[in-house]
Design a protein around this ligand. Structure first.
Ligand code: NDP
Length: 318
């Protein structure tokens, strides 16, 4: 490597990858502990909450708050204590040595003593035009976040895994009626979760049904579904449409370095944020396939910063 290239490598004590509730909480703790954190925000600064309208279940906001505004508050708080928040996507890592190497936007190289991963996860979507257009206007991928807005109304949910079963059951307690669109003639969910759905009198399971279109101009007014065996179409009069067909953690760049499950969720030592590589910590949805809430992400972000601080002290870097 030439002298010039060597000089371009920046060294940071604590690098945070990703800017959702986990990343910003880690940043607040790390900055207050004088760890001089540098954060790269990633493709979607603010994370999944920036595509959510009202957040009513995050403690401390008694009147609720809209997702993007909440994430601006998180950012302000992180910057107030000196976090260096930067645009940029981490595209490659090399965790071979004690000092961790990270590349930003395929060019800038950084070395870091501690790395906190908070890259989040993304909900999978059906990929139809009306779903994208009405996203946030009746279309949601989180029943726990948005179900409350459909209290007493009729809604539909698509999916047949544990998430869909859990969310359908959750919605059934709030809504008047829940239509569940299952694309095969059976569930993928565990028996206990499936039984819960089947025992809920106000959930109607429509087997072999797929979504053709979500109806409505500015808000959901119905769903056009079809039977994939008979091609028969039905119109469901619903005001909410929930997609629960799985999530994908944003962890592809860590493949080969960090232990993860078959879907890509990072594995941590239970009760900590420690990955299999010393000095690399995981927080938020990238390491959580069960809870996936802003408040749990923030909690694990805090854990990652505290674990990172202890690590830096142990190696004499702090
Ligand atoms: P899964 O991948 O398990 O299930 C996805 C479901 O969505 C499947 O039923 C699949 O149908 C359906 N689906 C996928 N694409 C489409 C599509 N285009 N149109 C219609 N349906 C579609 O994801 P989950 O999020 O449900 O679960 C992920 C993991 O998390 C699992 O291991 C699960 O057990 C776990 N989990 C555990 C919970 C708990 O224990 N409390 C709660 C939530 C999740 P098909 O079956 O036909 O493939």
């Amino acid at each position: 490597m030439s002298e010039k290239n060597k000089q371009e490598i920046e060294h940071v004590k604590c690098l945070i990858i990703g800017s959702g509730p986990a990343g910003y909480t880690a940043a607040i703790y790390a900055a207050r502990a004088d760890m001089s954190p540098v954060m790269y925000q990633g493709l979607q600064p603010g994370g999944q909450l920036t595509i959510t309208n009202d957040v009513e279940n995050y403690p401390g906001y008694p009147d609720g708050i809209n997702g993007p505004a909440m994430m601006q508050d998180f950012q302000k708080q992180a910057e107030r204590f000196g976090t260096d928040v930067r645009f940029g996507l981490v595209t490659k890592v090399d965790f071979t040595g004690p000092v961790h190497k990270v590349w930003v936007d395929d060019k800038k190289e950084i070395t870091a003593d501690a790395v906190i991963i908070s890259t989040g996860a993304a909900a999978k979507w059906l990929g139809i035009e009306s779903e994208e257009r009405l996203n946030g206007f009746g279309v949601s991928a989180c029943a726990v976040c948005d179900g409350f807005f459909y209290k007493g109304q009729d809604v539909a949910i698509v999916g047949a895994g544990d998430t869909a079963a859990e969310e359908a059951t959750y919605l059934s307690k709030l809504c008047n009626k829940v239509y569940m669109l299952v694309r095969r003639d059976e569930f993928r969910a565990s028996k206990i979760m499936t039984d819960r759905v089947l025992n809920s009198p106000n959930i109607e399971v429509l087997y072999n049904h797929e979504t053709k279109e979500i109806l409505g101009k500015d808000a959901v007014e119905g769903v056009l579904a079809y039977n994939n065996k008979t091609n028969e179409e039905i119109k469901l009069d619903v005001t909410g449409f929930f997609v629960a067909i799985g999530h994908k953690p944003n962890t592809d760049i860590f493949k080969g370095w960090l232990e993860m499950d078959e879907v890509g969720y990072l594995k941590v030592i239970p009760g900590t944020s420690k990955t299999n590589i010393p000095g690399v910590f995981a927080s938020g949805d990238a390491a959580d396939k069960v809870y996936r809430q802003a408040v749990t992400a923030a909690g694990t972000g805090c854990m990652a910063a505290l674990d990172a601080e202890r690590y830096l002290t142990e190696i004499g870097a702090h």
